[in-house]
Design a protein around this ligand. Structure first.
Ligand code: GDP
Ligand code: MG
Length: 163
């Protein structure tokens, strides 16, 4: 099976920022899979000599007025099905939300290896902020900053164990 990492989570947690950090821009193959405006994007990444595909997804939403909501959720489901590893991004600065809890249940049903990634931990002393995300019941929480790269190496070390 192909090595595929899906980046998922609600809107504005930093999924696209992480995607852009992980993919090698020079080699990036950005692929629009469907006609909807906010679908999934693919890029190639490499860590410690292991190559893998990263999928950026639209933000998981539910109960909004957004006409694309259903289409986005479908795209997220397809990305999860395709993935060998799923990253569940949450926002450490904003804290745990109801939508995070709802999405955690979607991921639990997927039976895929899921890593909870608390993004926007921009300085090492902010790592205390990630404790509340253990309540999602999805195991270890990785504090990272997609903006400056803090913690992303430790996360990648764990991801590539699956490849
Ligand atoms: P997405 O909707 O999940 O794809 O989120 P984006 O990648 O578009 O980011 C949403 C906002 O969060 C943008 O304003 C980013 O600049 C900001 N952001 C993303 N990652 C970080 C981070 O590690 N630290 C901080 N402070 N802001 C971030
Ligand atoms: Mg995005």
């Amino acid at each position: 099976m192909a090595n595929i990492v899906a980046i998922t989570g609600r809107p504005n947690v930093g999924k696209s920022t992480l995607f852009n950090r992980l993919i090698e821009e020079r080699k990036a193959i950005m692929d629009n899979i469907s006609g909807v405006t906010r679908d999934r994007h693919y890029g190639q990444a490499e860590w410690c000599g292991k190559s893998f595909t990263v999928i950026d997804t639209g933000g998981y939403v539910h109960g909004s007025d957004d006409v694309f909501e259903e289409a986005i959720r479908e795209q997220v489901e397809l990305a999860i099905q395709e993935a060998s590893v799923v990253l569940f991004l949450v926002d450490a600065q904003e804290g745990l939300t109801g939508l995070d809890e709802e999405f955690a249940n979607v991921l639990r049903k997927s039976k895929k290896p899921v890593y909870v990634v608390a993004n926007k931990v921009d300085t090492p002393n902010k790592v205390d902020y990630i404790g509340e995300f253990y309540a999602l019941g999805l195991g270890e929480v990785f504090g990272i900053s997609s903006q400056n790269g803090l913690g992303t190496g430790d996360l990648l070390d764990k991801i590539i164990i699956h490849f």
